[in-house]
Ligand binder design. Structure first.
Ligand code: NAI
Length: 730
């Protein structure tokens, strides 16, 4: 069986070509098949060494090697740390034997090599890659709460020096094209086509046949020194304290563990010999696999994203289709951003506003973004011109004829939207998908006025559109499965990540986000120092703290949303009372402090300087109330998670992928938690433990933390939803 996984072919010149090609999988991973095959391969190479000139390592798959076995790693616990350590040491010992075979080993990288895949290549003496920008090379472990434990930290530190290894590859998990990796010293040689790879590798081996150094790593030669110095070199040691300081700055207070472990493994490993360093790396790796962070991050950033990308949320049985032409109504901030993203993905865009000047202004936004890309060397002028030429500004509805999809982004006004859709439906064909980018208006009520309510759907983009990857797709009561599938198609076509939610006030993301800023205002009302309120959020892992976000959103907008909710509640005969946090907001608005756009809110915005919390905020409300940091963290996390649970309960959410990915990518729920749904189920003691802690918070801070009867019941079952979409499909 192992013969199949790594083909072993020796040519007349004694060059062995090893082709990794797992017969049971679409990509090569570090599974049992690989380990057995590699063990056998290394043994054979050692036995036949005298007849071998060199070794070429390549792949029979589209990708070079996909990396570690994440499903297994995700299951690791404290009890299995020892097993993980032993396992990774075994994999590494095989690569080390290849590295010390005494013959040149050349990696011929035909496709993407991430994580363990790149680590295999790093064990080789020479790396040749195909010069194809679609190929990605990198060590993204940090984004999964892990560290490159297959020798990645140890080898990169020795190849590049500690600082470049950390900054360029390890701490942010950058994925680079072969050309970029070549410029950064990780790829030695580029070839234009895949067919040239193995011949180039063989040529290199033959050219270095008599050069013993070609088959020896620099660090295996006596007297080797790490480039740029190590913590024991005086000049380097003087700079060492800056390392953790810079990391803290980069992490902005996030408690995420993996970058810290990566830095420790790199710095500690640089002070000892290769094999000791490699063991240090394995220890940190095993420790990270056992923690909650890697379990959560692997779930979100690998499994949840993969399932969304592979279409798990897409209703079955609808043929996938690409859109050639998209109409966008409203060339304001959102419309202009959507037009840019669509044109960048090769789609023809008709951008309509009330006047041609208005539409042209929207197009000018793309021009500005494209000019920036050209200036930064990310694109060239010809390509930028091509993208720009795809956007046709107009004031005439008739130009929307022939659009596959229409996306409305006019002012947030119910009657205006109603009227705009009537005009659109008069000119487009019966096959056009009708989308609204409304941020607050229920889709069900808007589609009620459409002549084709089944083809009407919410497509909620986030601002700034060019940077935000998420799009929240909202199904109205009458939206068809076909429309949902087509909405997912268009979102993916413009290279964004779709989540699918049901209709309701604030849909999913805005509704949950509202609880974070409400809790921030509530803490002000309770007399907690505003600086403490903000710092607690960043140290919980939120990218932006609640009072700053409240200013961004604007206090008056939150009042408006609250007013609308109150109207609806009244109509249903429910009583609405003002919360202490809402009182704070109302007082600030009365004082003219409406938020950032108004120039003052919870913060002051001095011209040309960073914003500062309004000093009077503290004087007016703060009673120096002290709340333990853990409780502050949990008050944010639990408010949002409980609201997420309420979305499941009411049917706004039906799958955990949308909950997690929407939470992280849309509203900054701390990434290391894996998103709101995983935060609940991955909590200590599982969903039951989460419910118990929520009850504790409710006793201490109020009933908004009290888990519902539904959630308490789900905790007894142990899962939030009965089955994931994939499970349902299978
Ligand atoms: P905006 O005020 O920047 O742009 C609205 C544009 O619509 C203006 O250019 C206006 O001239 C145009 N317009 C008005 N009537 C029109 C008509 N009959 N035909 C064509 N164009 C017309 O507003 P923004 O911020 O771009 O918001 C647009 C929509 O997106 C709103 O529904 C908003 O709630 C929603 N949204 C906004 C987000 C944000 O962060 N600003 C985020 C997500 C959704």
């Amino acid at each position: 069986m192992s013969e199949n996984m790594i083909r072993y072919e020796r040519d007349d010149e004694g060059i062995v070509t090893l082709t990794m090609d797992d017969p049971n999988a679409g990509a090569n991973t570090m599974n049992a098949t690989y380990k057995d095959a590699m063990a056998e391969t290394v043994e054979r190479l050692e036995a036949e060494k005298d007849d071998i000139t060199g070794v070429v390592l390549t792949s029979g798959k589209k990708t070079f090697f996909a990396g570690g076995n994440l499903a297994d790693l995700q299951k690791a616990t404290r009890e299995t740390v020892g097993d993980v350590f032993a396992e990774v040491e075994l994999i590494k010992s095989q690569l080390r034997r290849l590295e010390q075979l005494g013959k040149p080993v050349v990696a011929a990288i035909n496709g993407t090599a991430l994580g363990g895949g790149l680590e295999i290549a790093l064990a080789c003496h020479h790396r040749i890659a195909v010069d194809d920008a679609k190929v990605k090379l990198g060590l993204p472990e940090v984004t999964l709460g892990l560290l490159p434990g297959g020798g990645g930290v140890t080898r990169l530190v020795r190849m590049l020096g500690i600082a470049p290894a950390l900054m360029d590859w390890l701490l942010q998990g950058q994925q680079r094209t072969p050309a970029e990796a070549h410029a950064k010293g990780v790829i030695d040689e580029l070839v234009a086509t895949r067919d040239e790879l193995v011949p180039a590798a063989k040529a290199w081996i033959l050219a270095h046949k008599d050069d013993a150094a070609a088959g020896t790593k620099a660090w295996d030669v006596k007297g080797y020194k790490i480039p740029g110095g190590t913590p024991t070199t005086p000049a380097f040691a003087a700079n060492l304290p800056a390392f953790p300081a810079n990391l803290r700055k980069q992490l902005k207070g996030s408690p995420v563990k993996s970058p810290r472990s990566i830095m420790s493994a790199a710095v500690e490993g640089a002070q000892v010999d290769f094999d000791t360093a490699s063991r240090i790396e394995s220890r940190y790796f095993a420790d990270l696999t056992a923690g909650r962070e890697s379990t959560a991050m692997i779930q979100a950033f690998f499994f949840d994203l993969q399932s969304i990308n592979s279409g798990a949320l897409r209703p079955a049985g609808v043929e996938r289709r690409a859109s050639a032409k998209v109409g966008i109504l409203g060339a304001g901030m959102m419309g202009a951003g959507i037009a840019y993203s669509a044109a960048m993905s090769g789609i023809e865009v008709v951008l309509k506003d009330v006047s041609v000047e208005g539409a042209e202004k929207g197009k000018a936004y793309s021009e500005k973004l494209l000019a920036k890309r050209v200036a930064r060397g990310k694109s060239d002028q010809a390509k930028a011109d091509e993208v720009l030429a795809r956007i046709t500004p107009t004031a005439d509805y008739a130009d929307l004829a022939g659009c596959d999809v229409v996306i409305e982004a006019v002012f947030e006004d119910y009657n205006l939207k109603k009227q705009v859709f009537a005009e659109v439906e008069a000119v487009v064909g019966p096959d056009t998908l009708l989308c609204s980018n409304t941020s607050t208006l229920p889709i069900t009520s808007l589609q009620g006025f459409s002549s084709r309510p089944q083809d009407f759907i919410g497509l909620h983009f986030f601002s700034p559109v060019d940077k935000m990857q998420l799009v929240e797709i909202i199904r109205g009561e009458q939206t068809s499965d076909e429309a949902t599938a087509r909405a997912i198609d268009i979102v993916q076509q413009i290279r964004k990540i779709p989540i699918v939610v049901g209709d309701g006030r604030g849909f999913y993301t805005s509704r949950v986000f509202g609880t974070l800023i409400d809790e921030g205002a509530q803490l002000v009302a309770e007399g907690v120092d505003p600086h403490v309120i903000e710092r607690a959020a960043t140290s919980a892992g939120f990218p932006a703290p609640p009072l700053a976000m409240l200013d961004e959103v604007s206090l008056t907008l939150t009042q408006h949303i609250r007013g609308e909710a109150a109207k609806a509640a009244k109509a249903e005969g429910r009583e609405v009372t003002r919360t202490p946090g809402e009182e704070v907001i109302d007082t600030l608005v009365e004082l003219g402090r409406k938020g950032r756009a108004a120039g003052a809110g919870l913060y002051d915005y001095p011209e040309g300087e960073p914003k500062v919390l309004w000093p009077e905020l503290r004087q007016r409300w703060s009673k120096d109330t002290e709340i333990p940091l853990r409780d502050l963290h949990d008050r944010y996390l639990f408010r949002m998670a409980l609201e997420t649970a309420a979305c499941f309960e009411s049917g706004v959410l039906t799958d955990t992928q949308s909950a997690n990915i929407g939470g992280i990518f849309g509203i900054g729920f701390p990434p290391h938690t894996g998103g709101p749904a995983t935060f609940m189920t991955n909590y200590e003691g599982g969903l039951r433990g989460f419910v118990a802690r929520a009850n504790e918070l409710a006793d201490a801070y109020g009933d908004r933390f009290r888990p519902s009867a539904w959630l308490t019941e789900r905790a007894a079952i142990g899962t939030l939803v009965d089955a994931t979409p994939e499970a349902k499909a299978s």
